[in-house]
Ligand binder design. Structure first.
Ligand SMILES: Cc1cc2nc3c(=O)[nH]c(=O)nc-3n(C[C@H](O)[C@H](O)[C@H](O)COP(=O)(O)O)c2cc1C
Length: 265
């Protein structure tokens, strides 16, 4: 798969693995992967689920995120291959603030570090000067989420990741019960922000609808039908895409089937 990908596309191909039960097997695997021509390899320093011939007897469980990360194995890989190694799995054990990223990189002799959970818990982990207080981070995050109309379930998930141990507090319980962006804002005492921002959105929407109407009125080409089609995933039933709606509409209105042209950039 990797060889085909590397040959078939002009972008650099990278690969991510978990480690095997033995250091030797892991290093050998990475050497094989390196030969496919990939540009870099990310290594999550926890063991993957291994099924052997004696499957039932020898089934080794995948290590969970709470298991310690095996920096020594990532280090052995870094020293054995010449492609860049991206160390992963350091959240919690190692990475609690910006300075720890370098500690993890040094402990694994990797070229760079990939961070997942620590960045979800507090995205200011990437701030050189240190972490911002979580309260501030969450408020800023909510502002982005509301301004960019992020789906509330996703906003709620991300905030739950940030609150973590505080999920049992009154605020945590309010967040848990929230069923809309507005209720999330209320849980964080940001109801006014929600009101103001949605009022601005409504005003913009009304003015852009009027503008589109004006433009349509001025349009001369009778063969061009202009329609405002907003693709908001949650407004479409599963498996139904805007293309399918357009096809249906064309059939109903007895227009020819739409034709698409793929342009490469
Ligand atoms: C919400 C979430 C989604 C993830 N999705 C993927 C994924 O799609 N593919 C993958 O290889 N790893 C995925 N992971 C695992 C992470 O990439 C990473 O290997 C793991 O969390 C260990 O790194 P950390 O200690 O920095 O969290 C995901 C992790 C989290 C928390």
């Amino acid at each position: 798969i990797l060889t085909t990908l590397v040959k078939g596309i002009c972008k650099p191909v990278t690969c991510k693995i978990r480690i095997l039960p033995s250091v030797e097997d892991t290093v050998n695997l990475v050497k094989r992967i390196e030969k496919t021509g990939i540009a870099a390899i990310a290594v999550h320093g926890r063991k993957s689920l291994v099924l052997s011939l004696f499957c039932l007897l020898e089934r080794k469980k995948e290590e969970r995120p709470q298991h310690p990360v095996h920096c020594d194995v990532i280090k052995a890989i870094s020293e054995a291959v010449s492609i860049p190694v991206i160390a992963n799995g350091g959240s919690h054990d190692f990475i609690k603030e910006y300075m720890d990223i370098e500690t993890f990189q040094k402990a694994t002799a990797a070229s760079s570090v990939m961070i997942a959970r620590a960045a979800m818990w507090n995205p200011s982990i990437f701030r050189k000067e240190g972490l911002f207080p979580l309260k501030e981070v969450m408020q800023d995050y909510i502002k982005y989420a509301v301004r960019y109309d992020n789906h509330y379930t996703n906003t709620k998930y991300c905030l739950c990741q940030m609150l973590r141990e505080q999920l049992e507090t009154t605020q945590g319980k309010k967040l848990h019960a929230a069923q809309s962006a507005q209720e999330i804002c209320e849980a964080f005492e940001m109801a006014d922000f929600y009101e103001e921002t949605t009022a601005i959105f409504e005003a913009k929407k009304t003015s852009s609808e009027t503008e589109t109407q004006d433009e349509d009125d001025q349009m001369e080409d009778p063969d061009v039908i202009k329609m405002a089609v907003r693709f908001d995933k949650r407004e479409y039933p599963p498996q139904i895409t805007p293309k399918m709606y357009l096809l249906e509409w064309c059939r109903k209105e007895k227009h020819p089937q739409p034709v698409y042209e793929t342009v490469s950039q």
